[in-house]
Ligand binder design. Structure first.
Ligand SMILES: NC(=O)c1ccc[n+]([C@@H]2O[C@H](COP(=O)([O-])OP(=O)(O)OC[C@H]3O[C@@H](n4cnc5c(N)ncnc54)[C@H](O)[C@@H]3O)[C@@H](O)[C@H]2O)c1
Ligand SMILES: O=C(O)C(=O)C[C@@H](O)[C@H](O)[C@H](O)COP(=O)(O)O
Ligand SMILES: [Zn+2]
Length: 360
């Protein structure tokens, strides 16, 4: 089993990643007085028994099942989870175990960060996307006016990533998670991007035997950034590549209507377009678009999204300072920068991407 160490200012912890990694869980949680499991309606019937078989019998009484997807990241579900923790007598030596994708992880982490001012939390991710979300300690719920607007930086005790869980993911969720891997490659270097394109040439190969190694590479890209800047006072903002537009599309369409990864991929294409004009990025966009189309992405900005409405959401992004929206752009693959972008440019390129005529 490979271990990747996440080294932050507030905590150092391991990400254990392997096929069958779940079998290692028992001894790792023995020290807690009680474990509350938070999972969702889809993961529960598929995988909960496997998880419970690694925990003491009493754990079965302490499982909270929340709605799948973004419906888990609401004030109502957050309160429900806190009530469950109180009613099940979780104390300061208990832990909260997030068992699911990024939505479950973000919710469970925020519950753990705030219950009794913070108790231990453990990430047991089940999606490709969670190679990103389970690492680095951003935990949050959504506000109707914007994505992840209520949250904390709160690191888990460890991440136990059993890649066998990925086999039951539907294609839409494979694609959603893969978008964050593409993001990590673009932030890292050309070789990583080339490797992704070679090893995952089309949508039929998303569950390739190469995937676990590619996920490890993605985690290492993130770990390297989080090590330098845990609380996003600087370079961590680069991990938001594609997210300024992505989060706005998610919020505007109604959380959960498009997946996080679909929205991020659309945002990545937008950031690449802006970069070509603003930083002089040299990048074969038509080749990139052909690849992501073959994978199954629709990178066009949805026809129903009006620029002015999306712009209002982008203004509420957490990278906005004194009303100025900041975008993560690329000077070259592996060389991100944070920059303000002129509104006329944003609007013109938005309409171009909405029209979908970018293959030149
Ligand atoms: N904290 C961070 O750093 C960070 C990073 C990236 C994304 N995120 C957040 O993560 C969320 C998206 O993550 P996600 O796509 O993993 O979330 P998710 O929890 O919504 O999972 C996606 C869907 O897949 C289902 N699912 C999960 N595991 C499955 C499995 N093994 N088999 C079959 N179905 C399964 C879920 O029930 C859900 O319907 C967003 O809310 C996003 O904002 C957070
Ligand atoms: O870890 C980070 O930092 C990221 O930005 C990772 C993103 O993929 C993730 O979607 C994150 O939740 C976005 O953060 P936010 O601060 O813009 O809500
Ligand atoms: Zn993301």
């Amino acid at each position: 089993m490979e271990t990747i160490i996440i080294d932050t200012e507030t905590k150092q912890y391991p990400v254990y990643i392997a096929s069958g990694a779940l079998q290692e869980l028992g001894p790792l949680v023995r020290k807690y007085t009680r474990c509350m499991v938070i999972t969702d309606q889809n993961v529960r019937p598929l995988h909960l028994d496997k998880l419970l078989s690694q925990l003491p019998e009493s754990a079965e009484q302490c499982v909270l099942t929340v709605p799948a997807g973004e419906d888990a990241k609401t004030f109502e579900v957050y309160q429900e989870a806190l009530t469950f923790a109180v009613e099940h007598h979780l104390d300061r030596k208990s832990c909260i175990l997030a068992f699911g994708g990024g939505a479950v992880g973000d919710l469970a982490g925020f519950v753990a960060a705030t219950y009794m001012r913070g108790i231990a939390f453990i990430q047991i991710p089940t999606t490709i996307l969670a190679h990103d979300s389970a690492v680095g300690g951003k935990v949050a719920i959504n506000h109707p006016l914007g994505k992840n607007l209520v949250g904390a930086f709160y690191q888990p005790e460890f991440v136990l990533y059993d890649t066998d869980f990925l086999r039951t993911l539907p294609k839409k969720q494979l694609l959603s998670g893969f978008a964050e891997l593409v993001k990590h490659a673009l932030l890292s270097d050309k070789e990583f991007l080339k490797e992704l394109q070679t090893k995952i040439p089309d949508g039929g190969h998303l569950l390739s035997p190469h995937l676990p190694d590619l996920l490890k590479k993605g985690i290492k890209v993130k770990a390297d950034i989080v090590r330098k800047d845990e609380k996003e006072t600087g370079v961590r903002a680069f991990l938001n590549f594609g997210h300024t537009l992505g989060h706005a599309l998610e919020a505007h369409g109604g959380f959960g209507k498009i997946t996080h990864g679909e929205a991020v991929m659309t945002g990545i294409v937008y950031a690449l377009l802006i970069s070509r004009e603003q930083t002089g990025l040299q990048f074969d966009l038509p080749q990139f678009l052909s690849w992501i189309e073959t994978l199954g992405y629709d990178w066009k900005i949805p026809a129903g999204a009006a620029f002015d409405e999306i712009y209002a959401y982008m203004k509420r992004d957490k990278k906005t300072i004194a009303g100025n929206i900041h975008f993560v752009l690329l000077e070259s693959v592996g060389k991100p920068v944070l920059a303000e972008v002129d509104k006329d440019r944003l609007s013109r390129l938005f309409l171009l991407q909405q029209k979908g005529d970018l293959h030149t």
